[in-house]
Design a protein around this ligand. Structure first.
Ligand code: GH3
Ligand code: MG
Ligand code: MG
Length: 747
């Protein structure tokens, strides 16, 4: 038996790669991700045998990681300082998005502003003294740290004395609260010095020599963190049983977990703009003399684009070439002139790729597309940013992977119902830009349609808006952008073709290195960056497919509401002008749901009161739709809470796209939502509810296959108030649940 065990351990030792993680403090919830990745076997599944090391007194974690092989570490944003000073480390991922360091003025009732710090003892440890955010906060207040009376922190005793302490918000506040000691907090983020909290890193040597292991460590640790924060009780029990070197109580760990949960990284990836911001904080703290931003960026960006490794040939290409881009200025919203310079989705992508790959470039703007094509054909220009592959173009140019894909959609007037299948529009005239990709596809696949080719999409939309033709077809962002820009209030997107339009870079034939460089950056572009670019250019909400036969009635009603809204707007503008920016931010916080960015419970409640009053006063119809996601708990259980959050966000987006602008949509709580439908009768509301139910049912969510919603619908009746209305609609929602879910009930 003993021999057998020995054999197993022997095999085990050889089967797993041994790795050490040096933590920057003692075991506590802060490191729950590492602990759970180990305890739940995530590291093992990746073939890693991970040893966790608590901090020893006064050890420098960066030093330790640099001096030991196979070793990783956890640090705070001061690691960026280390990178700035050319220490050979690679930052792998942020664990907490915001620094937990705060200054707490403890037991000093007369302490009012940070300036008062000069009159008191400041108690810090060696980490806090390096914390960029704390230093910047002081510096911005023109407080010279060298003039302060700084004392070394004795972690376990000092906190109940009076003084200004640099502490972790997730940690020492617990003691203060428990002991009932008064304190006042100064958070760097309140002063706009927002840096990352814990950061996972390793040595450049490990990073370069063992890229696969690095990737495994990142993935398993991330998984550990997601697991730990989704299973807080279980994790606390593990810490209490096996890792409780600090003799923490369950209560204290729970306190820590709750605070950290707010800070846990949303994406576990670095954001270049924030890194720039942090580098700038260092400039503020240290003065420009120390900072070699170029080096800092190289090191940091290497870390961010972990998957992004250029070959020697590619690096050589980047070094030796200046890329001459060429673009038209008339393809909204891809490339267009805006305030005198070229911008747009395509241009933003190109700027992003250039900054990541450090490509030098020039850009020529022309008015005709032919010129762009010829210039690339003749190798006078090297690249253009937004085009599609055609067999003809492939003869003289190369193409990148698509960096964006958009559906080709149909725009009609508002009074048209949802068009499920474009083929049914046989007798209607559809307009499309001459020779556009959309035109070619439509002709090929729908030869029976009446297709009218016009100069461009502007003209096509104008014809639709004037009622001369039924609909216009182009790519989603183009149509959405133009409806918004040219204020076509009577147009909407009411159908989708089966095709997507892939936008790519076109590159001169003899530059294959440039294609592979661009492809690598495209592959490594985080979703957040894509979303950011897309949102910037399509900041328009549009509706799809709400069929409505009562348009005339509604227009009369809406006019009334409009007058009211106008009065409200004048009132608001007056108010807003009075408000400072900070107040506005606060107001946002108070009315907008943080996760989904729609109205929160407080605001939707207010809106409902208002709408009920308006409807009663002017004797107008008004309805409400109340829905709840079916079995959402299962989604959380199966895919994790974070995924659950993403599903909520996506669902809200989907619903927002399918209701009218005048409808008021808010989060009632958890996975329950309310839509207020002014000027809407029960029949209309039920129709919309059914459409929403079906849309959700058929929607392919990015994170999970599908969800359903159960809906209750009711119309405001004479004598109703908010309570009676909500009680009734809730009853119908409950009925939908009882009848098997994924149903609409009304009355
Ligand atoms: P049913 O359809 O029958 O009502 O089942 P259900 O699981 O959806 O309903 P229940 O009310 O039992 O549970 C609601 C769950 O919704 C509980 C919680 O896990 C989840 N939830 C609520 N708010 C959020 C949130 O903000 N994010 C995530 N991820 N989940 C949430
Ligand atoms: Mg539910
Ligand atoms: Mg519920």
């Amino acid at each position: 038996m003993k021999f057998f065990l020995l054999l197993i351990s022997f095999i085990y030792l050889f089967a797993y790669e041994n790795v050490t993680v040096q933590l920057n403090w003692k075991y506590q919830f802060e490191f729950a991700g590492f602990i759970m990745a180990k305890e739940k076997g995530f590291y093992k599944q990746a073939g890693l045998n991970v040893k966790l090391k608590e901090i020893d007194k006064n050890i420098d974690v960066v030093d330790y990681v640099l001096k030991h092989e196979n070793t990783y570490g956890v640090g705070d944003s001061s690691l960026i300082d280390s990178a700035l000073h050319k220490r050979a480390i690679e930052l792998l991922m942020p664990i907490y998005d915001h620094s937990l360091y705060v200054l707490a003025a403890v037991n000093i009732p007369e302490f009012k502003t940070l300036q008062d710090i000069k009159k008191h003892d400041v108690i810090m440890d060696q980490f806090a003294i390096k914390s960029p955010a704390i230093l910047a906060m002081l510096k911005a207040q023109k407080i010279d740290i060298s003039t302060l009376n700084i004392k070394q922190m004795n972690y376990f005793e000092d906190i109940n004395k009076s003084g200004v302490f640099a502490i972790y918000e997730s940690n020492k506040l617990y003691e203060l609260q428990k002991l009932g000691i008064p304190y006042k907090l100064f958070k760097p983020s309140d002063y706009k010095f927002d840096v990352y909290g814990d950061i996972f890193f390793t040595s450049r040597q490990e990073y370069n020599n063992h890229p696969t292991r690095v990737k495994k460590m990142i993935d398993a640790t991330k998984k550990g963190y997601i697991y730990a924060f989704n299973h807080i009780d279980e994790t606390i029990n593990v810490i209490l049983n096996k890792y409780n070197t600090q003799h923490l109580t369950k209560e204290k760990l729970l306190f820590e977990a709750k605070i950290l949960k707010k800070y846990l990284s949303k994406t576990f990836t670095f954001d270049t703009e924030r890194l720039d911001h942090i580098a700038n904080i260092y400039i503020l703290v240290e003065g420009v003399r120390h900072v070699n931003l170029k080096h800092c960026h190289k090191s940091l960006y290497n870390s961010i684009y972990y998957y992004l490794k250029f070959t020697k040939k590619e690096q050589e290409f980047i070094k030796t070439h200046t890329i001459h881009a060429i673009s038209t200025d008339s393809w909204e919203p891809f490339n267009l002139m805006i305030n005198g310079s070229l911008g747009g989705i395509a241009i933003d992508y190109w700027k992003y790729i250039k900054s990541v790959a450090k490509i030098k470039s020039t850009c020529t703007v022309v008015h005709q597309w032919d010129k762009v094509l010829n210039s690339i054909k003749d190798k006078k220009s090297d690249l253009t940013c937004s085009t599609t592959i055609t067999p003809d173009r492939e003869k003289y140019a190369l193409f990148s992977k698509p960096y964006a894909s958009f559906p080709i959609v149909l725009a009609t007037r508002n009074d048209v119902g949802f068009v499920n299948d474009i083929e049914v529009l046989k007798d209607k005239t559809i307009v499309v830009g001459k020779d556009y990709t959309a035109a070619k596809l439509m002709k090929k696949h729908y030869p029976n349609l009446k297709l009218l080719e016009v100069k461009d999409t502007n003209e096509a939309l104008k014809l639709v808006s004037e009622g001369k033709v039924f609909g216009a077809v182009d790519i989603l962002p183009v149509i959405a952008y133009k409806i918004n820009k040219y204020n076509y209030v009577n147009l909407k997107i009411s159908g989708k073709t089966p095709w997507t339009f892939n936008v790519r870079f076109m590159i001169r034939k003899d530059y294959p290195e440039l294609v592979s460089i661009i492809n690598k950056v495209i592959d490594s572009t985080p979703k957040s960056k894509r979303d950011e670019i897309y949102k910037k250019w399509i900041a328009v909400k549009f509706q799809t497919g709400y069929s409505n036969e009562y348009v005339n009635k509604i227009i009369i009603g809406i006019s009334l509401v409009l007058i009211l809204i106008l009065i409200l707007i004048i009132y608001l503008i007056r108010n807003i002008m009075k408000k400072t920016k900070l107040e506005k931010e606060l107001e946002n916080l108070a009315t907008i749901d943080k996760l989904t960015s729609i109205f929160n419970r407080y605001k939707i409640d207010m809106a409902l009161n208002e709408q009920i009053e308006i409807a009663h006063r002017y004797n107008r119809p008004m309805s409400v739709i109340f829905f709840d996601i079916d079995h959402f708990k299962r989604v959380n259980d199966k895919y994790g809470h974070k995924t659950g959050d993403l599903v909520l966000i996506e669902l809200v987006k989907l619903i927002s796209q399918n209701i009218r602008k005048s409808d008021i949509f808010g989060r009632w709580g958890g996975e329950e939502f309310l839509i207020i439908l002014p000027e809407t009768t029960l029949i209309q509301a039920v129709k919309l509810a059914e459409k929403l139910r079906k849309t959700v049912e058929e929607y392919d969510f990015e994170e999970i296959p599908s969800i359903n919603i159960s809906i209750g619908v009711t119309q405001l009746q004479k004598g109703d108030n908010i309570t009676s209305l909500i009680t009734r609609v809730d009853k119908f929602l409950y009925k939908s649940k009882e009848n098997g879910r994924n149903k609409v009930s009304f009355g």
